[in-house]
Design a binder for this molecule. Structure first.
Ligand SMILES: Nc1nc2c(ncn2[C@@H]2O[C@H](COP(=O)(O)OP(=O)(O)O)[C@@H](O)[C@H]2O)c(=O)[nH]1
Ligand SMILES: [Mg+2]
Ligand SMILES: [Zn+2]
Length: 305
């Protein structure tokens, strides 16, 4: 039997079988070891190399079941760390138009973290009902830049389901995980997409006097021939293993400009730096360049620790 791990709780895996049933099982002690590229902690170089590791199943894994246990993990198409999940097709980045206030820096930070994991983000702006028409037009204009970079932007009001059809189309037959700040409207969006579904949202938990509710672990929910997962997302201090030198490669438009220096970090006043020049000429969106500098600083502060 074959299935997909959709949740993991204290060593017990919830697996959706191909025949439609859901079972709760443990994993066999001796799962196959595999060769993969990873940082070899034992080596002095601490470089990525081919190492043999013992795999344990994680959410998203396609697994084989024998004698009511997971006996094998099928090769992963990919595997991301935040959230810790395998075989992800896309990440739906959820940002509120307002409440919390829209932040271009956070958007850029989240996009870079997603690209670092080799996934392309799809952006959804929720709570469009909280903006006036003029404000919404302005935001849409500013986000045009992101569409030009190749990141599609969708606009929804989850309360009235306005704009939900477009989201739904993108999710069909895919494994999608939601990511975004707490309060952005991720759980509400899932509830709006799946009829009869009632994930706990912030409004409800406030009403119960329990304070802020955050989604602690990933669960995949069946949706339109694929799966959708609610996750806690990153925090504004997360910078998933991104090194200073590679940061500019995660700002895709920077590659359109030549910087003649090998070790340039493209900071302000760097003489002869094509990227800084492009910023001065406003060919690169100024807020993108500012985000880049802010992330460089964040990485520097992490390195000092
Ligand atoms: N007006 C409006 N409120 C929304 C919308 N989406 C979510 N909310 C509200 O925003 C709050 C946070 O939503 P929640 O789904 O819990 O956010 P999460 O932390 O990202 O899962 C709740 O009170 C929701 O009712 C929307 O499209 N419009
Ligand atoms: Mg939530
Ligand atoms: Zn440069």
């Amino acid at each position: 039997m074959q299935g997909r791990v959709i949740n993991l709780n204290g060593g017990v895996y919830q697996v959706d079988l191909t025949d439609g049933k859901t079972i709760f099982v443990k994993a066999r002690g001796k799962l196959r070891s595999i060769k993969t590229t990873a940082v070899n902690e034992k080596a002095i170089s601490k470089k990525e190399e081919i190492v043999t590791i013992k795999l344990s199943p994680k959410v998203g894994d396609i697994v084989l079941i024998e004698n009511a246990m997971i006996s094998q993990i099928l090769p992963r198409q990919n595997s991301i760390i935040r959230p810790d999940i395998a075989n992800v097709d896309q990440i739906l980045l959820v940002f509120a138009a307002k409440e919390p206030d829209f932040s271009f820096y956070l958007l850029d930070l989240f996009i870079a973290n997603i690209l670092k994991q080799k996934i392309k983000p799809l952006i959804t702006i929720t709570k469009i009902d909280k903006l006036s028409l003029n404000e919404l037009n302005d935001l849409q204009k500013q986000l045009k830049t992101y569409e030009k970079l190749g990141y599609e932007v969708l606009y929804v009001n989850s309360l009235t389901k306005e704009g939900l059809d477009a989201v739904s189309k993108h999710l069909a037959s895919k494994v999608t995980v939601l990511s975004g700040q707490t309060g952005a409207g991720k759980s509400t969006l899932i509830n709006a997409l799946i009829p009869g579904f009632e994930l706990q949202t912030q409004g409800i938990s406030y009403a119960l006097g329990r304070g802020k509710h955050t989604t602690r672990q990933t669960t995949l929910y069946k949706y339109a021939g694929g799966y959708i997962g609610d996750t806690p997302g990153f925090s504004k201090l997360d910078i998933l293993g991104i090194e200073k030198k590679e940061l500019s490669s995660l700002f895709v438009e920077f590659s359109n400009y030549n910087c003649q220096f090998r070790d340039c970090l493209h900071q302000k006043n760097a003489k002869g730096c094509g990227i800084y020049q492009a910023y001065l000429a406003e060919e690169i969106l100024p807020s993108r360049y500012e985000s880049y500098l802010k992330m460089l600083e964040l990485i520097s502060n992490k390195e000092k620790k």
